[in-house]
Design a protein around this ligand. Structure first.
Ligand code: NAD
Length: 489
């Protein structure tokens, strides 16, 4: 059975940086899937806009190569590929000069009434200038949308500057700030689970939940991007955006409606309720790490190209949401590179049963856990205590109620990539899964003092073995609270 799709209106999508890595790996394959599914109409136009000297045919060849590289053969029938390539066009443009802008205006001139989206798949220093030029050249129609992606600033001040630059040319209702974690089916399912079932909401609070663990583990290192990564580190690259967004969706109050501002208002309240982590508290609540040299590759310092670097490739933070629902319930965040597996999950750990009626011989009753896995295999698992089968007396064991989305919905569903969903939301004009400017600023406002304290010498990075679950100090962070991290697997 094929998942239901609702077609979007005709659109013109201009991809600045259409020849770059993100466009090749995610945007072009994602748009192709949406076209094949019937969601993106055949009269849509996708215009690559970049600095390379290409013509339309060369860009189409480039897109064909991207489809061949990133999609299995069975997913790209030749007739569909050529129909999709017919939708593509290319304009050579320089974001920083006048070159190419009138060509772009010519291409778009007969599409004044269509949805028009500009996807800025370019380095962030171009975001402001491109937004300004779109405004100056009169390319922004009432149905125009602007899409940008992380990094959205590197601190509160630069995020405010960027928001100001975007706001000078576009209304907030036209700006789509992508956090691709929010496009994951499981993340949306977290909201369905919480707000479409009466079961969980009454126990979704500190009276019943012991703590929450959010883990985003990667098995790869920084590789040849070490020099670039070293300017940011895990705190800016992962915590400020993806991890805090996941925390918000887990902790937020039920919005009155599933509409963009109602959802984003609730997320903003969570960010504003985060207990500040500043100064000396950083030593107690934050652990940073760098991976050591190992059999699978060089150390972080070697890959960063700076033996003195203090940038973290791993971070663990104990966060608290200061409100009635969550008082006293820690949210432990952990992310890192070169860990034992690639695995991202939100684990809600419920409190232990208050008393065991089964006696010592039954074994320990483990607290229930609801585990929402984002990657690699999206799914939700509820761990329950059940009787160990067999006649050997009453022994209790922990077992999962397991829902793996790709197989358990009674139909073979190809899990759409997050970008597919988000691109179609842009065209539909639905901002629910995109970050609002004030959310981005509130996240920086919480992270900035942590980064400042780290840069001033606190929470020095500890070394950890490649293929481990991070430095010992991260385990101690939870051990001090009589808790343990779930294994990364
Ligand atoms: P890239 O370097 O591969 O591509 C950059 C593109 O920008 C190229 O098409 C290039 O021609 C174009 N470009 C450069 N200078 C230009 C100019 N003056 N005028 C017009 N076009 C110009 O970069 P990328 O990896 O595709 O990343 C693009 C953006 O997306 C960045 O902001 C990056 O941080 C963000 N991002 C990328 C990924 C990813 O997976 N690659 C993931 C998340 C976020």
């Amino acid at each position: 059975m094929v998942a239901k799709t609702v077609p979007v209106p005709s659109f013109d999508l201009v991809v600045f940086g259409g020849t770059g890595d993100l466009a090749r790996r995610k945007l072009i394959p994602g748009l192709f899937h949406r076209f094949v599914s019937g969601q993106a109409p055949g009269d849509a136009r996708i215009i690559g806009a970049a600095r390379q000297e290409l013509d339309r045919a060369a860009f189409q060849a480039h897109a064909r190569e991207a489809l061949e590289e990133f999609l299995p053969e069975g997913q790209r029938p030749a007739d569909q590929v050529s129909a999709f390539l017919d939708m593509l066009d290319y304009v050579r443009i320089d974001a920083m000069s006048d070159d190419g802008w009138s060509d772009l205006a010519d291409r778009l001139s007969d599409g004044e009434d269509r949805v028009r989206a500009f996807y800025l798949s370019v380095a962030p220093r171009f975001f402001g200038p491109i937004a300004a030029r779109i405004g100056e050249t009169g390319l922004a129609t009432p149905k125009t949308r602007l899409v940008v992606e992380k990094p959205l600033g590197r601190d509160l001040a630069s995020a405010k500057t960027l928001n100001g630059e975007l706001a000078a040319a576009f209304d907030e209702s036209q700006i789509y700030r992508i956090d691709h974690y929010l496009g994951k089916e499981t993340v949306q399912n977290l909201m369905a689970l919480r707000f479409a079932n009466a079961l969980f909401e009454p126990i979704w609070n500190g009276h019943h939940i012991d703590h929450v663990q959010i883990t985003a583990a990667e098995s790869v290192g920084v590789g040849n991007r070490g020099g670039y990564y070293d300017q940011n580190g895990a705190m800016r690259d992962m915590v400020q955006n993806h991890m805090l967004q996941l925390l918000c969706l887990t902790a937020m109050e039920p919005p009155s409606h599933f509409d963009p501002d109602a959802v984003r208002d609730e997320k903003l309240k969570v960010l504003k309720a985060l207990s500040p982590v500043t100064g000396a508290a950083v030593d107690d609540l934050v652990v940073r790490g760098q991976y050591s040299k190992g059999p699978d590759g060089p150390s972080y310092l070697e890959e960063a190209g700076d033996p003195e670097s203090r940038t973290e490739s791993f971070v663990a933070i104990k966060a608290q949401v200061d409100n009635w629902r969550w008082a006293g319930t820690p949210f432990y965040l952990r992310t890192g590179k070169r860990l034992s597996a690639r695995h991202t999950e939100i684990a809600i750990r419920f409190k232990d049963a208050p008393h065991s009626i089964f006696g010592d011989s039954a074994g320990m009753l483990k607290g229930n856990a609801l585990v929402i896995t984002l990657q690699p295999n999206e799914g939700i698992q509820l761990r329950l205590n059940i009787k160990d089968p067999g006649p050997g007396g009453m022994r209790v064991t922990s077992a999962p109620l397991d829902m793996s989305f790709a197989t358990d919905l009674g139909r073979e569903v190809r899990m759409p990539d997050a970008y597919e969903r988000l691109l179609m939301d842009v065209i539909r004009g639905d901002q629910t899964l995109f970050m609002r400017g004030d959310e981005v600023e509130a996240a920086w406002a919480w992270i900035d003092p942590i980064i400042e304290a780290c840069e001033a010498g606190r929470a020095d990075p500890a070394h950890y073995a490649q293929g481990s679950d991070g430095p010992m100090e991260s385990h101690i962070l939870l051990h001090n609270d009589k808790r343990r991290w779930r294994e990364v697997d």
